[in-house]
Design a protein around this ligand. Structure first.
Ligand code: ATP
Length: 245
């Protein structure tokens, strides 16, 4: 299996506590695309993202990430990856600036470049006035913005964000959408975002994959009308098929 960039997951299965959570999931997140993963609570989105990022080992299947098998990826591929899963990257006792700068350095940027990039990332996420504040004292939405700044500061080519708009206000959602679009256009980034919000996803994504009960049950076209109805049609169809088997 070869891929030059992006994420390619093939036939991933995983059980947790003896229960199947992912069943034969394949997913291609291509360069220059925002790929959305949608599914109901408990569908397996976070588990899949953890496997894609090498945080959890699949029982079966394989993942290529930024051109390398995720199981043996060295520092170079990881320096090209930006991610935010569940809790945003943020040491509460450090300032917003220190958190974002740390992420830049951990992803291999030299001090000067990290310093400049940190300034840009904070400004892009509207965090200038909070830069010196301890992250633990910030509002939930602003902590999420710090997490996003930390995920994007090093201009990654592969971006994985788990429910990145959860605590964002409408302006934050617009900002994130623009940043992800810019990343796709300017550096051919491959972007995977999970979400429950179909309307947001429809405006942000080029492709939408639907995960239900640990299986990819179909895709949706972002531009089509009645996205919500189509989503529930897919879910219902899959549940009916499951009952018949
Ligand atoms: N560490 C764990 N041990 C046992 N079961 C787990 C563990 N983590 C997740 N699960 C189970 O796996 C299933 C999928 O969980 P996951 O968090 O991946 O779903 P999700 O689609 O991200 O859900 P949500 O939208 O609610 O965040 C759930 O049934 C969950 O209870």
């Amino acid at each position: 299996m070869t891929t030059r960039a992006g994420i390619k997951a093939e036939r991933i299965s995983k059980a947790l506590d003896g229960l199947p959570v992912l069943d034969d999931v394949s997913l291609d997140v291509e360069p220059s695309q925002v790929h959305a993963l949608i599914g109901l609570n408990g569908a397996g989105k976070t588990t899949l993202m953890r496997i894609l990022l090498g945080m959890l080992k699949p029982d079966r299947g394989s993942v290529m990430l930024a051109g390398s098998p995720v199981s043996g990826a060295g520092a170079l591929p990881w320096s090209r990856v930006g991610q935010m899963l569940e809790t945003p990257f943020a040491y509460p006792e450090l300032s917003a600036r220190e958190n974002v700068y740390s992420s830049a350095r951990l992803h291999g940027m030299d001090r000067k470049t990290a310093d400049v990039s940190t300034g840009h990332a904070l400004a892009a996420l509207g965090l200038d006035q909070y830069a010196a504040k301890r992250t633990g004292t910030l509002s939930l939405g602003n902590r999420q913005r710090v997490g996003l700044a930390a995920a994007l500061v090093h201009a990654p080519n592969v971006i994985v964000l788990d429910e990145p708009t959860n605590s964002l206000d409408p302006r934050g959602v617009l900002v994130l959408r623009r940043l992800l679009r810019d990343a796709c256009r300017d550096r051919r980034a491959a972007v995977l975002v999970s979400s429950h919000h179909l309307d947001e996803v429809a405006r942000m994504a080029d492709r939408i994959s639907v995960l239900h009960r640990g299986r990819i049950i179909g895709t949706l076209l972002p531009g089509t009308a009645d996205l919500e109805r189509r989503f529930f049609d897919l879910v219902l169809e899959s549940d009916v098929q499951g009952q018949e088997q």
